[in-house]
Design a binder for this molecule. Structure first.
Ligand code: NAD
Length: 510
């Protein structure tokens, strides 16, 4: 049962196992809330361990005995394109679902998130067409042979995503897994599962995938997620979420030596060089820091600015933040929506208090917006701290909210050191009129993505992922596809003259 109304009058969604929507074994459910109003908007089945067992068994059977891993890449590509087309037909509806569920301003979901997710699905389809076979250079030693690499699917993949960017995240996990012939058990966050459910419903309605290829379990990470990760029949875990949970996932996956990819947190620097174009920088910093209220792993949360530009830049940023519209995420004019939950708001407010205690100065924001419209949502004002030193917690720890820490520097070597002095290494941006100089700085930054005069822009062809405790493995592009394959070397002997001999002397001149 899905899309039907539960006794509460809210839409209700079930688990999706072996091609069938079904309630949890024990009938348990949880409620999903609108973060802009704190009102319930849906109920979902909350999986038990036996539900997870059934989902993994279905994915296992679809991989071990089903046609999917042996379907040709071209056929898989056709199916992924058909899925993307069907989702595209629901573009506006999906944008609304995501905005209502996660508090993301509708401008962002309509014009970015859904489109990007679809581009990623289509990109995976196209790349997979050429993927499985890679010839190796001809070599007649140690024997005359034909050698190539064949990419096999890994098997059953557990895919776990966070609540932010859920539609895109689901697309960039399902896309490469399916394109390369794997089967999946998927778990979205309980805070924002609705766009993932819409994807699964669309795929179910299309009826193009064999049963058991994709399965969906819902429920708390510490229970359902953890049980899924440790399940012995799961071959790979692809996790996106906090570094704290990522550490746990790595340990949980160790006993069975599961393949693991981790996309984790960030404390990303926006490094302004002395010759930067300040008009561009002001727009770029607001976009980098406050897009989706800073609830993006690659958000620019540290602004490194030369002393000489500091006061002018801060003044201009403050003026622009004053003009930003905080409010209803469903309104196209809204710049800043609510945070995802009361818990997340408490975390952000805790860090604002920490910053004040550490001696940094709030030059704008720092509280909750006042007014009837904000009474029930989890809103926090966009906040800028100045006087931040690199050793302060607000300069080191991921806050995941609309809080920007401004750090002044004297010379560029110092700025690069500060940018790299982090347990994280997900992303950074460098701002300069001199592209040559900006490139030389970008090369010295230890992060998986470095933008020059830009921030946030994800490219479906380009790898995305972290250095250090921002995780390992890459998503998107050819690199993202590789993470879902095992590498097999095939050696075809062409000499056919072993003549009963066992060892390498076969190859020596007679
Ligand atoms: P989270 O780590 O709390 O949860 C992420 C997912 O893991 C959820 O589905 C959750 O239910 C599940 N989970 C929680 N505990 C688990 C456990 N013990 N075992 C298995 N699964 C478990 O993160 P969140 O609050 O949902 O998301 C915010 C975090 O995600 C931030 O740290 C952000 O930087 C990170 N993030 C990273 C990327 C990236 O690509 N690097 C992208 C988006 C978000």
């Amino acid at each position: 049962m899905t899309h039907e109304h539960s006794p509460t009058g809210l839409p209700h969604y079930d688990l999706y196992i072996d091609g069938v929507w079904q309630p949890a074994d024990n009938g348990q459910t949880f409620t999903v809330y609108d973060p802009a109003t704190s009102q319930p908007i849906a109920t979902c089945a909350s999986a038990t361990h036996s539900d997870v067992d059934r989902a993994v068994r279905a994915a296992r059977a679809a991989f071990d005995h089903g046609p999917w891993p042996h379907t040709s890449p071209a056929q898989r590509a056709e199916i992924l394109h058909a899925i993307a087309d069907a989702l595209e037909a629901r573009n506006f509806e999906l944008a609304e679902i995501e905005s209502r569920d996660a508090g993301v301003p509708i401008r962002k979901t309509t014009y970015n998130d859904i489109t990007l997710g679809l581009e990623i699905l289509r990109g995976c389809a196209e790349m997979a067409r050429k993927h499985p076979y890679e010839p190796l250079p001809w070599n007649d030693l140690p024997s005359v042979s034909w050698n190539f690499v064949w990419r096999d699917p890994i098997g059953v993949c557990a895919q776990i995503i966070p609540w932010n960017y859920a539609f895109c995240m689901a697309a960039w996990k399902l896309g490469p897994a399916l394109a390369t012939g794997n089967t999946v058990v998927f778990k979205p966050s309980s805070l924002a599962p609705l766009s993932t459910l819409a994807i699964f419903q669309t795929i179910h309605d299309l009826n193009l995938l064999p049963k058991g290829v994709i399965n969906l379990v819902l429920g708390p990470g510490g229970d359902v997620g953890e049980y899924l990760v440790t399940h012995p029949a799961v071959d790979k875990v692809a996790f996106t979420g906090s570094t704290e949970v990522g550490r746990k996932i790595m340990a949980l996956a160790a006993p069975h030596i599961k393949r693991v990819t981790l996309e984790l947190g960030g404390k990303n620097a926006m490094l302004i060089l002395p010759d930067a174009d300040l008009d561009l920088v002001v727009d770029g910093v607001l976009w980098g820091a406050f897009y989706h209220s800073g609830q993006l792993c690659e958000a620019g949360s540290r602004l490194l600015v030369p002393h000489a530009l500091h006061d002018t830049l801060v003044e201009r940023l403050v003026e622009r933040v004053r003009g930003m519209r905080i409010g209803d995420p469903m309104d196209l004019e809204t710049d800043i929506g609510p945070l995802i939950s009361e818990r997340q708001r408490e975390k952000v407010e805790y860090y604002i208090a920490v910053g004040r205690e550490e001696g940094a100065t709030v030059v704008i924001g720092g509280g909750r917006p006042i007014g009837e419209a904000f009474a029930n949502g989890y809103y926090v004002e966009p906040t800028i701290f100045t006087g931040v030193r690199p050793e302060m917690r607000i300069a080191r720890e991921e806050i995941f909210g609309p809080v920007l820490s401004v750090i002044a520097y004297d010379e560029i070597g110092e700025a690069i050191r500060i940018a790299n002095d982090s347990i994280y290494g997900l992303a950074a941006s460098v701002w300069s009129r001199d592209l040559q100089h900006a490139l030389s700085v970008a090369r010295r930054i230890r992060a998986g993505t470095v933008w020059i005069n830009e921030h946030h822009v994800l490219n479906p062809q380009a790898p995305f992922g972290g250095y250090r405790q921002s995780g390992f493995g890459r998503e998107m592009g050819r690199y993202g596809l590789d993470e879902y394959t095992e590498v097999k070397h095939i050696h075809v002997d062409l000499m056919q003259r072993r003549q009963g001999r066992l060892w390498w002397d076969t190859l020596l001149p007679e």
